[in-house]
Design a protein around this ligand. Structure first.
Ligand SMILES: [Zn+2]
Length: 334
C-alpha cells in the first residue's frame, strides 16, 4: 500500500513562497520549482477527480486470469473512480499469438471491461508491447499484410486514430503515450521511446496546455523507474561486471529528452507507467514517477519481486496536487 503525501519538494516550495522570498532568486536557484508556484499546496484543497490505473492485466483463460481480471476490476470500481486509464499489456498476449487466439483474448478483455465498468465512466487505453499483433511473425503466423497487423488491432478495438492521445477532465490534462517504438528492421523488437513524430506531437501538446493546467502523463513503459534495477534474475546480476545497465525495452531511452521538456513545463506533475509488474515511486526535479505494479502480478503466478497483484487509484486536487494508492484486491495465485 502506498499513499502520496506532501513531498519535500512541496515543503521547500511552500517555505520559500510563504516567507515572501523573491521569486526571481528562487527561479535562479530552482527554476522548475519556482515556475510551479500556481500549484502551491493549500491548507484546504478540493478533490476534483478520482481515477483508476489498472496496468498489465494480461488477461487469459489459463491460470484463472479471466476470473482475476474480473475480480480486480470489480474491486477497482468499488473505489468509485470517475475515469479509468488502463496501462497496457491488456490481453496476454497478441504479439506472438495467432489470429484466432488473439481474437479470443481481445474479446475476453473487452467483455470484462464492459461487464465491470458502467458506460458512464470513460475508459482510455494505453498501448503495451503485448498489444501489438504479430510482433513475432513466426509464432503468430502473421504475414504483415493483415488489415489489423501491428498496432492497428489495438486502435481498431477502441476506434482510435492514433496510439497516443490527450484529453482534459476536471481541470487536469491527461496525455497517454505510446512507449513501443518498433525497430524498422521488421523484427518486432522495440525500444521504449516516442520517436520523432510522437515527440513533436507531445511537445506541441505541452506547449498548447496553459501553465495553470496540471498534467498527468501515462505510458506503458516507465519514463524513469528504480524497479528496473531489480528486474533481472538474481543469477544474472553481476556486481563485479561492467556498469549497471537498463535495458532499452524496459524503460524510456529518451527519458532525458522528455525531462528537458518537463523542465519547460512544470505543470507536469505525475507520470504513471506499468510494464515492469513492480510498484515503485521516484521523484525527479518536481515530477513524480510511479510504476504501478500489475493486475496480473507475475502473469497470474503470484507477486513479482514482492509486488502483489493490484492497481492504482489516483485522487487529483484543484491545487495541482494528487494522492496515489496501490491497492491489492485479495488475489491468491494457485
Ligand atoms: Zn509490457
Amino acid at each position: 500500500m502506498d499513499t502520496n503525501r506532501t513531498s519535500s519538494h512541496d515543503i521547500s516550495r511552500r517555505a520559500v513562497l510563504g516567507a515572501g522570498a523573491a521569486l526571481g532568486l528562487a527561479a535562479m536557484l530552482r527554476p522548475r520549482a519556482a515556475l510551479a508556484a500556481p500549484f502551491l499546496k493549500r491548507a484546504e484543497r478540493t478533490r476534483v477527480l478520482r481515477f483508476a490505473h489498472p496496468s498489465d492485466t494480461h488477461v487469459e483463460p489459463e491460470l484463472r486470469g479471466a476470473i482475476g481480471m474480473r475480480q480486480a476490476f470489480e474491486h477497482m470500481m468499488g473505489q468509485k473512480p470517475e475515469l479509468v486509464i488502463t496501462g497496457g499489456d491488456l490481453p496476454f498476449d497478441t504479439g506472438s499469438t495467432p489470429e484466432g487466439r488473439s481474437r479470443e483474448l481481445w474479446t475476453l478483455f473487452k467483455t470484462i471491461v464492459k461487464d465491470t465498468i458502467p458506460a458512464s465512466v470513460p475508459v482510455h487505453h494505453t498501448l503495451g508491447n503485448h498489444d501489438v499483433f504479430g510482433r513475432d511473425k513466426k509464432k503468430s503466423k502473421a504475414t504483415g499484410s493483415e488489415p489489423f497487423f501491428g498496432k492497428r488491432w489495438f486502435m481498431d478495438n477502441f476506434e482510435y486514430t492514433h496510439t497516443y492521445q490527450s484529453f482534459e477532465k476536471a481541470g487536469w490534462k491527461f496525455v497517454i503515450l505510446d512507449s513501443i517504438n518498433l525497430l524498422p528492421d521488421g523484427s518486432g523488437d522495440f525500444r521504449c521511446k516516442l520517436g520523432d513524430e510522437q515527440m513533436a506531437w507531445f511537445k506541441d501538446e505541452l506547449e498548447r496546455t496553459p501553465a495553470t493546467t496540471p498534467i498527468v502523463v501515462v505510458s506503458h513503459a516507465p519514463i524513469i523507474s528504480v524497479a528496473n534495477f531489480f528486474d533481472r534474475k538474481e543469477e544474472e546480476w553481476k556486481t563485479d561486471g561492467p556498469d549497471l545497465m537498463v535495458e532499452s525495452s524496459r524503460m524510456h531511452v529518451d527519458c532525458r529528452e522528455i525531462h528537458k521538456l518537463f523542465e519547460k513545463h512544470p505543470n507536469v506533475k505525475l507520470c504513471l507507467a506499468g510494464h515492469l509488474h513492480q510498484h515503485d515511486r521516484c521523484e525527479y526535479r518536481g515530477v513524480t514517477h510511479i510504476c504501478e505494479g500489475a493486475v496480473c502480478g507475475n502473469k497470474w503466478k503470484g507477486p513479482r519481486h514482492g509486488t502483489p497483484e493490484g492497481y492504482g487509484i489516483v485522487d487529483l486536487y484543484d491545487d495541482g496536487t494528487f494522492e496515489h494508492q496501490y491497492l491489492t484486491y485479495g488475489w491468491k495465485a494457485e
